[in-house]
Design a protein around this ligand. Structure first.
Ligand code: AMP
Length: 112
């Protein structure tokens, strides 16, 4: 099981802010912004580079729900950033696809 599958199955505690049949969203344990949530498909895809055409629906759902969580947490008007890290140069540390939802402060561009 991946770390995030263990969170989804309640083997590891997390501050869960949204859940449905396909995705779970919980606060990042090492927040990089006042609001930092991970939105994760429950069925593990290692990384976006390994997503298949059959993952089309769940990937769309993931982004729709990330925006819904942003509204729920009150950062939709001020703005936010969605990030997917892929592989070593992308900064990926957990090999279970997830979208970072970051908000509550002004983001820099280009990212570090
Ligand atoms: P990434 O580096 O894109 O793979 O992102 C993995 C994220 O998972 C990092 O931002 C970590 O802080 C976060 N993380 C690791 N362990 C946990 C945990 N137990 N609960 C919540 N977030 C975690």
């Amino acid at each position: 099981m991946t770390l995030f599958e263990k969170i989804a199955s309640r083997q590891i505690p997390a501050d869960i802010v949204y859940e449905d049949d396909l995705v779970i969203a919980f606060r990042d344990v090492g927040p990089q912004a006042p609001t930092h949530v991970l939105v994760v498909p429950k069925r593990a895809i290692p990384r976006i580079g390994e997503a298949a055409p059959s993952d089309h629906a769940v990937l769309g759902h993931l982004l729709i729900k990330a925006a819904e969580v942003a509204r729920k947490l009150g950062i939709d008007q001020t703005g936010y950033r969605l990030v997917i890290n892929n592989g070593p140069d992308g900064g990926e540390s957990v090999p279970h696809l997830h979208v970072h939802l970051l908000g509550g402060r002004r983001m820099d561009w280009p990212p570090g």
